[in-house]
Design a protein around this ligand. Structure first.
Ligand code: 13P
Ligand code: SF4
Length: 367
């Protein structure tokens, strides 16, 4: 089923799970965890809700969760509290006897949906025609398994926000130009940090199937796929300007999925892991406006009562797709395992896995 179709579907869990109290569900989750022991592994992305993250065996950003999944050879069931592309990655990095379950199939990622494999192949053909064999494809892990496989097949790799700089540097040792999918902002921010001027970055528009660039084509170093994160794009230059006027003492820290303008005006920018570490290391009494997903901002606020922490955008909502994984869906998916009827199993076919793992391994050995 396509993710779009899955997204449009109503939740398919029995109604009774919505009428249970949180205490009842928590008790049931604990009982399943006790019964299954090491047969069960629950990774949880930092953007998950507290009601879910409290049961995670490990928490992390997308790089850490990919690494943890690759290391776990014991668990028969990996119940992935995150989004679809992360569960696919876990399936590809684990062994065939290990089953990866996504508690709600509607937990997709709008950014990953902005690049499909057909659009990617069309873009590649056109770009090869213009630039010849000078391009290496790099994809943010927030992409489908098919796109990861495409990158693996063409000598490229995956990146996460924690290692994008390192991977871009590596990519330039392989080829003259990079096609960076699907997040134009992470690609632009990272290339700029490495000293590539904006004037040498083109944008590929997958809807119009055309290259947006005003200079000499020979000068192009990076081709950015025109995709974005609908959560991180909501942090704006106006948010920063207002804060600088009203709270000039606040440190502004943002994720590199934010626009280039926002990253440039902020005091610090880095991956989810980087943001968490910066807040942990910050002195008591310091003040922070954070430009990333709301569940994480609220958790940081609760975990650090000695610091002032706010969202850079006061009207932010959590990532809707991350939020699809809630306590009722987690409880139901765990109980299906003990009833020997596990559902929502994420599987990637062998050929896709073979090439996608090449792309992932090129990243994991350098991460
Ligand atoms: P990281 O976990 O790599 O920081 O990515 C953030 C994100 O948007 C995950 O979907
Ligand atoms: Fe996708 Fe953005 Fe949500 Fe991450 S925060 S899952 S990139 S929509």
């Amino acid at each position: 089923m396509s993710l779009l179709k899955a997204f449009k579907q109503k939740s398919s869990i029995p109604d009774q799970y919505f009428s249970m109290t949180d205490e009842e569900m928590a008790g049931r989750v604990r009982a399943v965890k006790k019964q299954l022991g090491n047969k069960l592994f629950i990774p949880g992305h930092h953007y998950q809700k507290d009601e879910v993250i409290q049961f995670a065996d490990t928490t992390g950003d997308s790089l850490q969760l990919a690494q943890q999944s690759a290391l776990n050879r014991e668990a028969e069931y990996i119940v992935f509290c995150g989004v679809h592309f992360m569960a696919e990655t876990a399936d590809m990095l684990t062994e065939s006897h290990q089953r990866v379950i996504l508690p709600d199939m509607r937990a997709g990622c709008s950014m990953a949906d902005m690049a499909d494999i057909h659009q990617t192949k069309t873009a590649w053909d056109r770009l090869q025609h213009v630039f010849g064999n000078t391009i290496l494809p790099l994809t943010y892990v927030n992409s489908t398994a098919a796109i990861k496989a495409f990158c693996g097949k063409n000598g490229g790799a995956t990146v996460t926000s924690s290692n994008a700089e390192k991977m871009l540097e590596w990519a330039f040792t392989q080829k003259e130009r990079i096609l960076f999918l699907p997040d134009q902002h992470l690609g632009r921010n990272t290339a700029y940090t490495l000293g590539i001027p904006l004037s040498r970055m083109a944008v590929w528009d997958p809807q119009m199937q055309q290259l947006e660039y005003e200079g000499e084509l020979d000068d192009v170093k990076v081709i950015l796929w025109k995709g974005h994160c609908s959560v991180h794009e909501k942090f704006t230059v106006e948010n920063i300007q207002l804060l600088r006027q009203t709270n000039p003492e606040m440190n502004i820290i943002v994720h590199p999925e934010c626009t280039h303008e926002v990253v440039q005006l902020s005091d610090m920018a880095g991956s989810t892991h980087y943001i968490i570490q910066a807040i942990q290391k910050a002195p008591p009494g310091s003040s922070w406006a954070i430009g990333t997903e709301m569940n994480l901002v609220n958790r940081l606020k609760n975990d650090h009562p000695d610091k002032t922490i706010i969202s850079l955008n006061p009207n932010m909502c959590p990532c809707l797709t991350m939020n699809r994984i809630d306590l009722p869906h987690l409880t139901y998916s765990l109980e299906r395992i003990v009833q020997e009827e596990p559902g929502n199993i994420i599987t990637v076919d062998n050929e896709t896995t073979e090439y996608a793992v090449k792309a992932l391994q090129r990243m994991l050995v350098r991460a």
